[in-house]
Design a binder for this molecule. Structure first.
Ligand code: DX5
Ligand code: ZN
Length: 221
């Protein structure tokens, strides 16, 4: 079992955007370790969210790091933009990166931690050759595009493979899971090696964000 530090990252996709400042401050006060920001372009995924201005605004509201998940085509063209907007960890989808090595290098050059994601129907073989250049791997546990979807348990072996391969190479790689994470699904992810837990609907859909965050933390202890 992993002894790495566990991070919980509420996704603002499920926050109330009428009061975004209050929402992210409440999440921070409730014990969130990071804020997860889902950037969607209506092209790589059939949904459109927000861009660098919102990231910049969120950055001014909290002191915890921002985990920025780019679900966009041509991410290589936007690395500087999102790093400058305040991303502490910047995640791109390997499916849309013909030159992932260069993109990861670029992210680090701009001062952020570098990571890459794959959708449930894509193999981790897209990521494995680049592990040395990454700080974090993101295993999607739903198809990227929408909050509130159901966790796909078939992703558990994928999480385990990432953990085993990172261990074999002596790399300390954060392993993030994203999609359908709650107090029930977090546990098997943790047992298979996940260390960063994104939760949108589960945290922001609750009456008490603290109760929800605590429940995930208890589940992965
Ligand atoms: C899905 C996003 C997720 C999403 C998770 O495309 O990447 O971060 O907000 O939301 P829940 O936790 O509601 O599945
Ligand atoms: Zn996400």
């Amino acid at each position: 079992m992993s002894s790495s530090i566990i991070h919980i990252a509420p996704s603002i996709l499920s926050a109330d955007f009428r009061h975004l400042e209050r929402e992210v401050k409440d999440a921070e006060a409730a014990g969130a370790d990071r804020i997860h920001c889902d950037v969607m372009d209506g092209h790589f995924v059939p949904n459109l969210t927000f861009g660098p201005f919102v990231i910049e605004a969120v950055k001014k509201c909290v002191s915890i790091p921002l985990d920025v998940h780019l679900m966009i085509s041509n991410p290589q063209d936007y690395i500087a933009t999102y790093c400058n907007a305040g991303a502490n960890v910047l995640l791109v989808h390997a499916e849309v990166c013909p030159d992932l090595a260069q993109v990861l290098l670029d992210i680090r050059k701009h001062g952020a931690k570098a990571g890459a994601a794959v959708n449930p129907d894509k193999s981790i073989d897209l990521l494995v050759p680049h592990f040395d250049a990454m700080d974090q791997v993101l295993i999607m546990t739903v198809f990227a595009g929408f909050g509130g979807q159901k966790f796909i348990p078939d992703m558990l072996p994928k999480i385990r493979s990432v953990r085993d391969e990172a261990a074999r190479r002596g790399l300390s790689l954060a392993i993030e899971v994203d999609g359908g994470i709650n107090d029930q699904t977090a546990r098997p992810c943790f047992e298979n090696g996940a260390t960063v837990f994104v939760a949108g609907n589960y945290v922001f859909g609750g009456d008490s964000y603290k109760d929800r965050i605590d429940a995930i933390r208890r589940a992965v202890r």
